[in-house]
Design a protein around this ligand. Structure first.
Ligand SMILES: Nc1ncnc2c1ncn2[C@@H]1O[C@H](COP(=O)(O)OP(=O)(O)OP(=O)(O)O)[C@@H](O)[C@H]1O
Ligand SMILES: Cc1ncc(CO)c(N)n1
Length: 590
């Protein structure tokens, strides 16, 4: 069987563009815009993307998948239908191809009215259709054309007549990017299907050099842990985007989705160039870095969509189910909700008892998910009630893509770097909140404990700067989540009752320790983040967590019922902030 790519020798390159200049009509046209203010990020313009492809009434592949992918990738989707295909997740039943004149009528209807920024070509079916599309696009040039040379569906059914293969080969030099799977690449090269990544890469390099077209080698059909994609440019350079292989049957339409998403992201890149070009003498030309960035975006988005596919429950399960194109949009929509957190609204528990802080049972709403056992045990009934109430948030943290990928070693370096950068900024202010708590503590023991914590936090911050962050690019400013969390901690420590400040600080000790225990249990010598994970799980930190728990327990005992309720709410708010903090890299970077 084939193997995964060995070394990602395909680093991003700074070579000249392999993509053609935009057609004059496709540059940023329309209403004149006011000059942009420097440094203020502008909302990306929406590329108008046309899919020329066949249909899948069950919605997972073809034009239906393309329109969903284009929307999910930030484009405005349009479609011209080449063939109507009666198919579902199990296979193709019948194909009806409308007359060629009707294909041309559809193309004319779009192009007569709309400026097309990017085209994705999918199923063409036969040689006459290929020639019609080819003639149309040579007479109506579009700046980005991605060809997915569809030949055979994931079910094994033919979607291109065998005698049309040469016509498809002839189309390749006229497009910017092609996205063949391994068997399709072999047909285009007139070779046997590649068995290894190196063989596929060699076929792609020869094809790219011969045609002047960028070839995406797709890892989906290979085996090995990396199912990633490599852009092979005509000048022989390449750029690889890793993606962990998923054990999933929801791969129907992955090729359609990747190619239409890629066309859209290339359109986004091109429009950004066009925006700059409007104010400078620069030309709007796509570079290989643009292609690498677009491929990274599309590959990561598709990974999330495949991972969520099974949850859709579309299809009998006998075939290959579709991907969930909207999984990311739903995740980000939920993350953006401005609705108040549930624990700040609840006034009674599920049995109707008032949450008045008179007993540990009357502190917080019951978590719908049991918390399970903590590694560092609660210090008494009050902290036991806090742990139990935080069960749902705790399990959400364990399920975060960031925490999962950090544990299994598949976390992308740029996501890790984002986290480190924010962590350094966080530690600075966290240290200030601890110093405030120390100043307000009413026992010498607590005063020393929080002061030591303040010292350790600032020491950890400078260690991050000297070590982990020394060679990494930094954003240099706090994200809204980092700022929200640190401001909340500082305000609770300085401006609220002592018990509230102490409870707010607790999750940063306790949850961090618990997450660390899960992560360090996954560590091994070859783990890419071995050094980072080995920092977790030290006995000294566990003892600090236990001391913090004991102090919070003591403060709860001494507090009034009303203070306890506010402290418990502050504890859960900090748990939610912990979750948001771990998740933020996956919201900031795509
Ligand atoms: N099991 C998998 N795990 C992770 N990613 C996958 C998996 N299968 C496919 N992919 C992603 O989807 C991309 C496209 O898939 P693939 O290579 O299977 O295309 P295809 O055969 O043209 O698809 P189809 O014909 O089903 O539409 C891959 O390059 C990879 O990024
Ligand atoms: C219409 C159409 N295009 C492409 C594919 C490949 O998955 C498919 N199954 N159907």
């Amino acid at each position: 069987m084939a193997e995964q790519p060995t070394a990602p020798s395909c680093a991003p390159t700074s070579n000249p563009s392999t993509l053609s200049n935009p057609a004059p009509g496709a540059s940023a046209s329309g209403t004149p815009r006011a000059p942009q203010t420097a440094q203020v990020p502008q909302a990306a313009r929406v590329p108008r993307v046309l899919s020329i492809a066949g249909t899948d009434p069950s919605g997972g592949a073809g034009i239906q998948a393309d329109l969903k992918s284009i929307a999910a990738s930030g484009g405005y989707g349009m479609c011209v239908t080449t063939s109507l295909v009666a198919q579902n997740t199990c296979g193709v039943r019948e194909v009806f191809t409308p007359p060629l004149e009707f294909l041309t009528a559809q193309l004319a209807a779009v192009f007569d009215d709309v400026t097309v920024d990017a085209v994705k070509i999918g199923m063409l079916g036969d040689a006459d259709t290929i020639r019609t599309v080819r003639t149309w696009l040579s007479e109506h040039p579009v700046p980005v054309v991605v060809l997915d040379p569809v030949m055979i569906a994931s079910s094994g059914d033919r979607l291109l007549q065998a005698e049309a293969e040469q016509a498809l080969r002839d189309l390749v030099p006229l497009v910017n990017v092609i996205t063949p799977n391994i068997p399709e690449l072999a047909v285009l090269c007139e070779k046997e299907p590649a068995q290894t990544f190196d063989e596929a890469h060699e076929q792609a390099a020869n094809l790219a050099a011969a045609t002047g077209t960028t070839v995406i080698v797709k890892g989906g059909h290979l085996c090995g842990q990396d199912a990633g994609n490599t852009a092979v440019f005509p000048d022989g350079t390449c750029a690889h985007v890793r993606t962990p292989r998923l054990d999933s049957r929801n791969t129907h339409g992955t090729g359609c989705s990747l190619s239409s998403s890629l066309a859209t992201r290339l359109g986004v890149e091109l429009l950004q160039h066009a925006e700059v070009a409007e104010h400078t003498a620069e030309q709007s030309v796509l570079t290989s870095e643009d292609t690498h960035r677009a491929l990274q975006w599309s590959t990561r988005w598709l990974h999330e969509s495949i991972a969520a596919g099974a949850g859709l429950q579309v299809g009998s399960g006998e075939g290959h189910g579709p991907v969930d194109h909207a999984a990311r949009a739903r995740r980000l929509e939920a993350a953006a909700s401005a609705y108040p957190w549930h624990h700040l609204l609840a006034t009674t528990d599920s049995e109707g008892n008032t949450l008045d802080g008179t007993s540990p049972e009357r502190l917080l709403p019951v978590s719908p998910v049991p918390a399970g056992e903590a590694v560092v045990k609660p210090a008494g009934p009050w902290t036991a009630a806090l742990w139990a109430a935080g069960g749902e948030t705790w399990h959400q943290i364990l399920d975060l893509p960031f925490v999962r990928a950090l544990g299994d070693g598949t976390l992308d370096e740029d996501l890790f770097a984002f986290y480190l950068d924010q962590d350094a900024l966080y530690l600075r202010d966290y240290s200030r909140a601890l110093a405030t708590l120390s100043a307000r503590a009413d026992t010498a023991e607590a005063q020393v404990h929080w002061a030591a914590g303040a010292h350790e936090a600032i020491a950890a911050e400078s260690q991050l700067h000297e070590g982990w962050l020394a060679n990494r690019a930094r954003l240099g400013g706090p994200s809204p989540i980092t700022m929200g969390y640190t401001n909340f901690l500082r305000a609770s420590a300085a401006g609220d009752d002592y018990v509230v400040g102490a409870a707010a600080i607790l999750p940063c000790y306790w949850l961090y320790e618990e997450v660390g225990a899960v992560l360090s249990s996954q560590n091994h010598a070859d783990h890419p983040y071995a050094e980072w994970l080995s920092m977790y799980g030290g006995e000294e930190f566990a003892a600090d967590v236990a001391r913090s728990l004991a102090e919070v327990e003591r403060a709860f005992e001494a507090a009034s019922p009303a203070q306890r309720v506010r402290a418990a709410q502050a504890y859960l708010s900090a748990c939610v902030y912990e979750r948001e903090f771990f998740d933020q890299a996956h919201r900031a970077l795509r």
